[in-house]
Write a protein that binds this ligand. Structure first.
Ligand SMILES: Nc1ncnc2c1ncn2[C@@H]1O[C@H](COP(=O)(O)OP(=O)(O)OP(=O)(O)O)[C@@H](O)[C@H]1O
Ligand SMILES: N[C@@H](CCO)C(=O)O
Length: 294
């Protein structure tokens, strides 16, 4: 048996739609695989009642097929599905690393990124690597086509998860079809600022670079209380706030000592909007961890 822990991730980071991603220190999914004649899946843990065990519908099924690696796959969900914290991508990334080890396929983590991406595509309808790349490689990732650049950044974060479910498919439907030249210039400036901040481990620049006028405002409308939560986090010291992935999770960048106050402020603001929420005080973390021959 091979076991892999794959972390939650936050895609987009505001200005990097479908390109930027970051691995979070926590929460995480744990996936265990054993060889079998055909692929079967068991799911337990957070939100497991909403996750299909049919290999054609679960992200790990497409990964097993792509690697020609049938297995009994047990998924223990630490990351709630439809969260914006890369729940479906974490399982796919974990399965890719675990099955590669179980069947001795000899692929590198980078080789496994597009394979895990096939799993993601089964639920979101399109291949985008901004969750599976950081889940496998860790750090802050820039995914352009099949190329992935990794920055081993050290940035404190708070990820706040409201009890609202938004599927990536639905959240992609509200993305504007086009952009003005002003919006493009603004986005390039913010994305460059964020990337510089990641390279310098500078939470101020990262937070500034998260600001986005294009995709985030449309998605924020799907999240009850988003504007109030954003204001509360900024007042508590966050350097920047944005929608995490396709939402409803909300991500704040900050300095380390401010995490506790920001987490309380975000949960409190959601509560005032009538929405239960939990917050993870975390930071950019490492990629999936392999525990062979468990
Ligand atoms: N192994 C899995 N883990 C989680 N969700 C899965 C899995 N396999 C299939 N799904 C389905 O995928 C959907 C959740 O994926 P979705 O991409 O919408 O959310 P997410 O991964 O939490 O968010 P994001 O990609 O925005 O960070 C749910 O419908 C869920 O049933
Ligand atoms: N970049 C994707 C991430 C969600 O899986 C989106 O925002 O739709």
């Amino acid at each position: 048996m091979v076991t892999v822990r794959a972390p939650a991730t936050s895609a987009n980071l505001g200005s990097g739609f479908d390109v930027f991603g970051a691995a979070l220190g926590r929460p995480a999914d744990v996936v265990r695989v054993e060889k079998a004649d055909r692929t079967t899946i068991d799911v337990t843990g957070y939100g497991s009642e909403f996750i299909p065990e049919d290999p054609d519908a679960n992200t790990v099924g497409a990964v097993a097929e792509a690697l020609d690696a049938p297995a009994h796959i047990r998924i223990d969900k630490g990351i709630r599905p439809s969260s914006g914290l890369g729940s479906s991508g974490a399982s796919a990334a974990a399965a890719a690393l675990a099955l590669n080890e179980l069947y001795d396929r000899g692929l590198s983590r980078r080789d496994l990124v597009p394979i895990a991406g096939k799993g993601e595509a089964t639920v979101s309808g399109e291949v985008h690597l901004d969750n599976v790349a950081p889940a496998l490689l860790g750090g802050f990732t820039v995914a352009t086509g099949r190329d992935v650049t990794v920055v081993d950044a050290d940035i404190p974060l708070v990820a706040c998860l409201p009890e609202i479910a938004i599927s990536t498919r639905d959240a992609r439907d509200v993305v504007p079809a086009g952009a003005t030249m002003d919006q493009l210039v603004y986005t390039v400036g913010r994305a460059a600022t964020l990337t510089t901040g990641m390279c310098r481990d500078d939470p101020r620049l990262v937070g500034k670079g998260m600001h986005d006028r294009l995709v985030t405002p449309a998605r924020a409308d799907l999240i009850s209380g988003y504007n109030e939560v954003r204001e509360a986090a900024l007042a508590a010291g966050a350097t920047g706030v944005t929608v995490s992935g396709a939402g409803p999770g909300v991500l704040a960048a900050c300095y380390p000592d401010d995490r506790h106050d920001i987490a309380s402020a975000m949960v409190g603001a959601f509560s005032e909007a009538g929405v239960d929420a939990r917050a993870y005080q975390t930071k950019i973390g490492r990629g999936a961890t392999l525990y062979p021959d468990d």
